[in-house]
Design a protein around this ligand. Structure first.
Ligand code: C2E
Ligand code: CA
Ligand code: CA
Length: 642
């Protein structure tokens, strides 16, 4: 029985219970009233017996069969009439009658009064009998109550009390009947009403339940299944494979740079795009296939009747083609690309739980080889991802335990070879795997947010270290785009690092890459300006490797531009590179920006770079990144002074 049936079951139980109670109450009400009367009589008789022992002088003598004194007679006679008492008889401890008191006079026991006393009363407990009289010589309803008369624990006799209960019986039965009618009426009314309400609610609840089921399993915005709905659908599909033994595939579809579209066109446009994308995807599916929005801009398609990877490829290509068409988003048109990852059940093994995961892993791989394409799940990929996950955990531990290091690579003035300062570069010696390149662990830290803590550590460590160097030497620190997500907090962090180290801001240089400017321009520019206002220098790293290097140069007053080492290396092989390098230097100088050339490995490169007017040189030829203690100014103090 499903859980939603339980309340109905309970209600049935309640209704039948109510019905039974109604019948039961109506039948049993008179018995109940009589029982009530008996209890009442017993209580009165007991009270009266106690009263008797207290007030009748020489009662124990009377109970032994002696005639009551005059005084005792008066007391006994006044007892009549109270609490409906119309007759009483006294017995000795053996149950023999010793006195009968009948209103209005007194009579000694006669032979007619030899009713035996119940043995239980002689043993100490009282006994009640309710009797219907004729209404003439005896009341219509009265009680005969036997009560033991006690002296401490000892039974010194028995008193039999006759109580007129006609009035009381009428009153009690009437009230009980009234109460029963009232309760019965209420019960009957609530039964009828309850049934009607119940039947109505059954319908309403069923509809509400259906609606809830729908909401729980569907996405509001697009009307497609949501993650929960998709999971259930996929589970069903995996349990009932097609008769012909056809396979099924999951395609994870992700809109490229959806965040950028949201930022540029607004959230309403973003919502439009999601809804339109769902419509388009739906139009590509066959009857049995299922579309879902798993969250954000992530869609999933469950493709059924798959005979091989060609079927899945064909669908993936149709999706890529259709979704790259311009799309109306309410306040204009946008053109997007999507990336797809696919996994096939059977081919890729696994079950409904892992299939979607695998499609998403394939999506990540497709992403890493550029946007707007698709990729199939590759088991090797799984292992690689697992290694990355483990590595990320190890990195977090290493950072927490202070096992990361900074190395410093010297930067030289090209005109005279004077040491200008160092670039701080993070180093990680993995406890098992040995040294791991920052080219691997920095992106890892960026992916899982660890970069914020790592960046803070680099900043503080580099500033502390530089504060110990000769005053003319600067330190360059690399900032990751992810750290700019902190906004004002990044500015405070930098200020704090400088203050704590006691390093003048003029000796700190922050290196950023142009990809940062390509993405979230306005907020980033604002943060950059705030950083600049602290008095430090800002350099653009890896210049020339991005797509729009030049476009960003005029938007922010960079102090330095670092020509990527690919150009330096290219100087040896391609004469066109010389032209480019010369142009970069001229342009930068015209904008008042100093130029650094990275990756200088040969004397020929050095000469060419000097000839083209680069201001600063950096590379293995001149100095490798080194740990503290082996820095150029420490080993050859004259370089710092040069
Ligand atoms: P980058 O900022 O461009 O750093 C310069 C890289 O070039 C360093 O690699 C350096 O060792 C290397 N290099 C220097 N001279 C030569 C040369 O003559 N030949 C060659 N082939 N390479 C040379 P490294 O230390 O492996 O750093 C790689 C990248 O990792 C850095 O590139 C930077 O983007 C990132 N990175 C390193 N440390 C940090 C850090 O503390 N924070 C952030 N956000 N990124 C960092
Ligand atoms: Ca750098
Ligand atoms: Ca660089």
């Amino acid at each position: 029985m499903s859980s939603r049936h339980i309340p109905h079951f309970q209600r049935l139980l309640w209704l039948s219970g109510g019905l039974l109670a109604l019948i039961g109450v109506l039948l049993g009400i008179d018995r109940l009233a009589l029982h009530h009367l008996q209890m009442d009589a017993e209580r009165t008789a007991n009270d009266w017996a106690v009263q008797l022992t207290r007030t009748v002088p020489g009662l124990d003598q009377v109970l032994q069969g002696k005639a009551p004194s005059r005084e005792a007679q008066v007391v006994i006679s006044t007892i009549h009439g109270s609490a409906g008492l119309f007759r009483f008889r006294l017995f000795n401890p053996q149950g023999r009658l010793v006195l009968v008191s009948e209103a209005p006079g007194l009579a000694q026991a006669g032979p007619q009064d030899t009713m035996p006393v119940p043995p239980s009363v002689l043993a100490g407990s009282s006994s009640v009998r309710l009797v219907q009289g004729n209404g003439l010589t005896l009341p219509t309803m009265y009680s005969e109550v036997y009560v033991p008369v006690l002296d401490g624990d000892r039974t010194i006799g028995v008193v039999e009390v006759y109580l007129d209960q006609s009035e009381r019986a009428k009153l009690t039965t009437d009230s009980f009947r009234q109460a029963a009618l009232l309760a019965g009426g209420a019960l009957a009314a609530s039964f009828a009403l309850g049934s009607a309400v119940w039947l109505r609610r059954l319908g309403v609840e069923r509809r509400a339940h259906e609606r809830l089921q729908y909401l729980v399993q569907h996405d509001n915005l697009t009307g497609t299944l949501n993650l929960a709905g998709f999971r259930q659908r996929l589970r069903q599909a995996c349990r009932q494979p097609g008769d012909e033994g056809l396979g099924l595939a999951v395609l994870a579809v992700d809109i490229d740079d959806f965040k950028g579209i949201n930022d540029r066109h607004g959230h309403a446009a973003g919502d439009h795009l999601l809804a339109r994308t769902a419509d388009r995807l739906r139009s590509l599916l066959r009857g049995a296939d299922t579309l879902a929005r798993l969250g954000g801009d992530r869609f999933a398609v469950l493709q059924l009747g798959v005979t091989g990877s060609d079927d899945v490829k064909a669908l993936a290509e149709r999706i890529l083609a259709m979704l790259s068409e311009p799309c109306d988003v309410g306040n204009g048109e946008v053109q997007v690309t999507v990336t797809i990852g696919a996994a096939i059940l059977g081919v890729d093994g696994g079950d409904d739980e892992t299939l979607t995961q695998r499609a998403e892993q394939a999506l990540l791989r497709a992403r890493s080889s550029g946007r707007g394409g698709y990729s199939f799940y590759d088991p090797g990929l799984n292992a690689a991802l697992q290694r990355r996950r483990q590595l990320a955990l190890d990195l977090e531990l290493s950072l927490a335990h202070g096992r990361l290091q900074l190395h410093y690579q010297p930067l030289f003035r090209s005109s005279d070879g004077a040491l200008q300062g160092y670039e701080a570069l993070a180093r990680w010696h993995h406890p098992v795997q040995g040294p791991i390149s920052p080219a691997e662990f920095i992106p890892l830290a960026e992916e899982n947010g660890l970069i914020v803590a790592l960046g803070r550590w680099v900043l503080h460590t580099a500033c502390q270290e530089a504060a110990r160097w000769p005053g003319n030497l600067s330190v360059a620190v690399n900032l990751s785009a992810a750290q700019f997500g902190l906004g004002d907090a990044l500015v405070s962090e930098v200020r704090e690092a400088l203050d704590q180290a006691g390093l003048p801001a003029g000796r700190l240089e922050l290196e950023i890459t142009e990809s940062l400017l390509m993405n979230h321009t306005n907020q980033v520019l604002q943060t950059l300006r705030a950083l600049h206002a602290l008095g430090l220098k800002i350099g653009m790293d890896d210049f020339g490797t991005g797509f729009s290097s030049l476009a960003y140069l005029w938007r922010f007053p960079f102090d330095k531009l670092k020509i990527d080492r690919a150009f330096t290396q290219g100087l040896d092989t391609d004469t066109k590179v010389e032209v480019i390098v010369r142009a970069i230097v001229q342009m930068a100088h015209a904008l008042g920006i100093r130029v650094n050339a990275e990756g200088v490995e040969t004397e020929a490169q050095r000469e060419a770079l000097v000839r083209h007017g680069c201001d600063e040189l950096q590379g293995f030829l001149l100095g490798r990144p080194q740990p503290v203690g082996k820095l150029a100014h420490e080993t050859q103090p004259e370089t710092a002074a040069a």
